[in-house]
Ligand binder design. Structure first.
Ligand code: F6R
Length: 241
């Protein structure tokens, strides 16, 4: 696992945006695995600048990690909306295909199968990840088992608590989400996990330097050959030198 520590989140975001650019320049049909949340914002901001200087995205496919159950794409807190608002609507050339799990499907288990078929069709070249304060990646929450395929997950209270900052009140945070499983994440050719701020320092240290455990889902990234951890000084502060 490579670890890159930057002074600020915006420097870190620029670095990750250039990794995305490299994938797009070097692959005929690039596939980017994307995430939502506060952590990826500096990266998307930098990527928009890079892309709009003439990067050709017309062959690129994107696949998002997850979506809340029950929120449609017009809901301001849906991840589909987040992606439009923070990335896609700012690009002068949109990716060829954009995929986000469909959180209002009437048949969620069919939706999970449909999403797995898309992942199988488009193997991910570069997967971006944030990390939850409880160690989740995507919405693979701490548990005694980690599911390999796309599935519906009951969100844990630390996640609901943490994500309530985006909703009017905590009762409005969906209790469930659809998430890619750990297999899709681990099958990505390259993974970049970003974490910023001191509130992530403890979980980053436990995920990276501790044992691989299902109650710290991000720790399974230790098993992947091509992972880069992109941190700011605060989130790196508990890592041993
Ligand atoms: C979002 C996702 C989550 C977030 C994580 C960190 O698509 O998959 O795992 O990356 O909850 O969220 P922030 O960045 O808001 O701290």
């Amino acid at each position: 696992m490579k670890i890159r520590v930057f002074e600020t989140a915006s420097q870190a975001g620029l670095y990750v945006a250039t990794l995305m650019e490299q994938v797009i320049l070097n692959r005929e049909s690039p596939v980017l695995g994307l995430a939502t949340g506060s952590t990826v914002l500096p990266c998307y901001k930098a990527f928009i600048q890079i892309a709009n200087r003439g990067l050709d995205l017309s062959n690129t496919v994107t696949l998002n990690l997850d979506e809340y159950v029950g929120l449609d794409s017009y809901h301001e807190q849906s991840y589909c909306f987040f992606m439009e608002e923070n990335l896609f609507s700012h690009l002068s050339v949109r990716p060829r295909e954009i995929h986000v799990p469909f959180g209002v499907s009437e048949n969620l288990s069919e939706e999970c199968k449909r999403y797995d078929a898309i992942i199988a069709k488009y193997p991910i070249d570069l997967q971006l990840l944030g990390i939850g304060v409880n160690g989740h990646i995507g919405f693979n929450e701490p548990d005694s088992l980690l599911e390999s395929h796309t599935h519906v997950v009951n969100l844990t209270s630390p996640t609901i608590q943490s994500n309530s900052r985006f909703f009017r009140d905590i009762s409005q945070v969906p209790q469930q989400a659809i998430t890619m499983g750990v297999q899709a994440i681990l099958q990505s050719k390259q993974i970049v996990l970003m974490a910023f701020g001191e509130q992530k320092a403890d979980i980053v240290a436990r995920a990276v330097k501790g044992q691989v455990r299902t109650d710290i889902p991000a720790s399974i990234l230790q098993l992947h050959r091509e992972v880069t951890l992109v941190l700011d000084e605060a989130s790196a502060s508990l890592l041993p030198n």
